[in-house]
Design a protein around this ligand. Structure first.
Ligand code: F6P
Length: 341
């Protein structure tokens, strides 16, 4: 069998481990050939390929990013997009596709499967917001990067008696904020799932200063104040209809300064959370996903996504990953509130 492989959406540490798992098992165990599609769905849409041999994947387990490149190209929105993909797969003699991505990439994979394409999905997102898998790879690395930043920021907050705000990624789901905030001992954690009160945040800031310990606030980029709206960078949309976020941290710093008279500053972690080498946890998870994805292809179990349930890698219907986002349950958020203030 000739198998196409692509990585779409925002990059996440662990993408190369999936590729290595898929290709190594595919060649050594099943004697398959691989076609690497460049830059997400843009690859099969425009016929952009690169070779992926055993030598190409042998030493990429500690490399962040993706050797295939990525994009947010949405072929469903492009005229004749699906037909062009079909044509290119035929031209290149590609029998099946392994699509590694998040909500958008797997959403396209689901639609292609419904049109009888042979597709297997692998869940990726640092946001950890895909359903029907306990974790996605990339999340653990992002949380560890955020925790290191929080640990480092504590010293500046203390030395300068400032409130420091750490803005982390998380458009709709606050998993990175919740986990990094808990691990980093945040004064409070603000997530998109639960609107926050600026006055309450200011109370927590004041009470933390009273304990002679400077406050650190961890806020997800998609967090929304009770008194306002989501803060966006500008109004431009990507091809999946998402606005660019970032700015809520600065907005909150302004509010804190105005209401408490204390100096407040923001650090926006941005793409640093997606960069560099994956943690050991993400390397192992991504490798296991890759091994199971190519086994699913070998067994012709099309339209499935590999997923983590407990400690097992299982297969679930592709569509179930994107039917709804996996948000932080209110009770999970509430249990962290005991540390606020
Ligand atoms: O991959 C998801 C994500 O990390 C979101 O949390 C974030 O809003 C988005 O990517 C930003 O990605 P980019 O800047 O690459 O469009």
């Amino acid at each position: 069998m000739r198998v196409g492989i692509l990585t779409g959406g925002g990059d996440a540490p662990g993408l190369n481990n999936v590729i290595r798992g898929v290709v190594t098992k595919g060649i050594n165990a099943y004697k398959y050939e691989f076609v690497g599609f460049k830059d997400g769905w843009k690859g099969p849409l425009e016929g952009l390929t690169r070779p992926v041999t055993l030598a190409d994947v042998a030493h990429i387990n500690d490399e962040g990013g993706t050797i295939l490149g990525s994009s947010r190209t949405n072929p469903i929105k492009i005229e004749n997009g699906v037909a062009r993909i079909e044509e290119n797969l035929k031209k290149l003699n590609v029998d099946a596709l392994i699509a590694i991505g998040g909500e958008d990439t797997l959403g396209v994979a689901t639609q292609l499967h419904q049109k009888n394409f042979k597709v297997i999905g692998v869940p990726k997102t640092i946001d950890n917001d895909l359903s029907n898998t306990d974790y996605t790879f990339g999340f653990d690395t992002a949380v560890n990067i955020a925790v290191e930043a929080i640990d480092r920021l504590h010293t500046t907050a203390e030395s300068h008696h400032r409130a420091l705000i750490v803005e982390v990624m998380g458009r709709h789901a606050g998993w990175i904020a919740l986990h990094s905030g808990l691990a980093g001992g945040a004064t409070c954690i603000l997530i998109p799932e639960q609107k926050f009160s600026v006055d309450k945040v200011c109370e927590w800031v004041e009470s933390r200063f009273k304990s002679h310990y400077a406050p650190i606030i961890v806020i997800a980029e998609g967090a929304i104040p009770q008194e306002g709206d989501m803060v966006t960078k500008d109004q431009t949309l990507d091809s999946f209809g998402h606005v660019k976020l970032s700015g809520i941290g600065d907005w909150l710093a302004g509010q804190i300064e105005e209401k408490t008279g204390k100096e407040a500053r923001t650090s926006v972690l941005g793409h640093i959370q997606r960069g560099g080498s994956p943690t050991a946890f993400d390397r192992v998870l991504a490798t296991r996903f890759g091994l199971q994805a190519i086994t699913a292809a070998h067994e012709g179990d099309w339209g499935k996504m590999v997923a983590l349930h407990g400690t097992d890698i299982v297969r679930v219907p592709l569509a179930s990953a994107t039917e709804q986002l996996k948000l932080v349950p209110l009770e999970r958020y509430k249990e962290s509130e005991i540390f606020f203030g």
